[in-house]
Design a protein around this ligand. Structure first.
Ligand SMILES: [Zn+2]
Length: 334
């Protein structure tokens, strides 16, 4: 509809003989609207992470003692490698927090399941299914911010298997399945539940992951729950050969353009950023960031002030010497 309107206006502009100037104006307006419409739904999702009761429910699903023990063990191992013994090993809070986050990532990968992009197995008999189409959410699915339902039919027993695409992070604690959208949504929620500053990162070329602020590293760190990978921001560009254009970090306090974290070829990326002018993009992000503040304060009566981190983003690639061993892609499209 928007596209047809745009063409129509172009035609009118042509007749009026002011094509170029008006075309630029229309592109600016349509680009801004498209970007806003695409990003706005994420604000409601990430603001849900801030509900203290939801956070408590999330923490209850995690074997905290086990993960703490594993985190300590991994730190002790590192310490031994570095100093040859574990005699006076006393990790700092930032070290244990960082190590716990990594264990949370590993646990999440084990505890959440991937819904096959082609066809999930039949819920009745486990048989092979085939895609039948998109359905509308049932009354029982509606309250959980269900954006649509994929329907599959079993080739063996003909039973229908539904895959509702839930956006409600609390519902995902229970269903524990999905594609990268559900994975990143739920994992980012867990990070918030354990007190890490966290953002859901939405990549417009078809993937979603998480960023957390690591006090130990003094910067934001990339975490991809589907891939069980952390601090390897160049994974997508260098190993998956993704032609990135836009990646936005969405958090309770705003929407940030984090694309630069994930590329070493910014000039090339810039050439592909043609959905909206950079100036209009900044304006859209500023507007949405303001909305984030309003919605968060509705979820939390006393919103926490969070400004740290932005200034230190330039160090994002400090530890990317690990890029030698970046793995191939394990998960499919969102
Ligand atoms: Zn079946």
């Amino acid at each position: 509809m928007e596209e047809r309107l745009r063409l129509h206006i172009y035609t009118v502009c042509g007749i009026l003989g002011r094509e170029e100037r008006l075309r630029l104006y229309i592109d600016r307006v349509c680009g801004s609207l498209g970007m806003e419409e695409r990003l706005r739904p994420y604000i409601d999702i990430v603001c849900k992470y801030e509900d203290p009761k939801a956070q408590e429910a999330a923490r209850k699903t995690v074997p905290v003692d086990e993960l703490e023990e594993k985190a300590l063990l991994s730190l002790a191992k590192e310490y031994k490698l570095k100093y040859g013994q574990v005699g006076n090993f006393e990790p700092s809070k930032s070290e244990t927090d960082h190590a716990f986050l990594i264990q949370l990532l590993y646990w999440f990968k084990r505890s959440f399941s991937w819904v096959n992009t082609n066809a999930p197995p039949c819920e009745g008999c486990g048989g092979e299914t085939e895609y039948k189409g998109h359905g509308t959410p049932l009354r029982a699915e509606l309250p959980y911010d269900c954006s649509g339902v994929e329907i599959y039919r079993c080739k063996r027993c003909s039973m229908e298997t539904r895959f509702p695409r839930y956006n409600d992070p609390v519902k995902l604690l229970e269903t524990r399945r999905g594609r990268c959208g559900e994975w990143a949504n739920c994992f980012t929620f867990y990070c918030r539940a354990f007190g890490y500053e966290a953002r859901q990162v939405v990549d417009f070329t078809g993937h979603v992951w998480t960023e957390c602020f690591s006090v130990l590293l003094g910067r934001w760190m990339h975490l991809d729950p589907c891939e069980r990978v952390y601090d390897e921001p160049l994974l997508y560009e260098e190993r998956w050969n993704k032609k990135l254009n836009y990646a936005f970090g969405i958090a309770k306090d705003g929407i940030y353009d984090v694309t630069k974290h994930y590329t070493k070829e910014w000039d090339e990326v810039l050439k592909r950023r043609n959905l909206i002018t950079e100036t209009s993009l900044s304006a859209v992000l500023a507007k949405l960031t303001e909305e984030c503040g309003r919605i968060t304060s509705q979820v939390l009566s006393a919103p926490e002030d969070c400004e740290k981190g932005e200034a230190i983003e330039r160090d994002f690639h400090a530890a990317d010497d690990a890029s030698e061993s970046l793995p191939g892609r394990q998960s499919g499209d969102k």
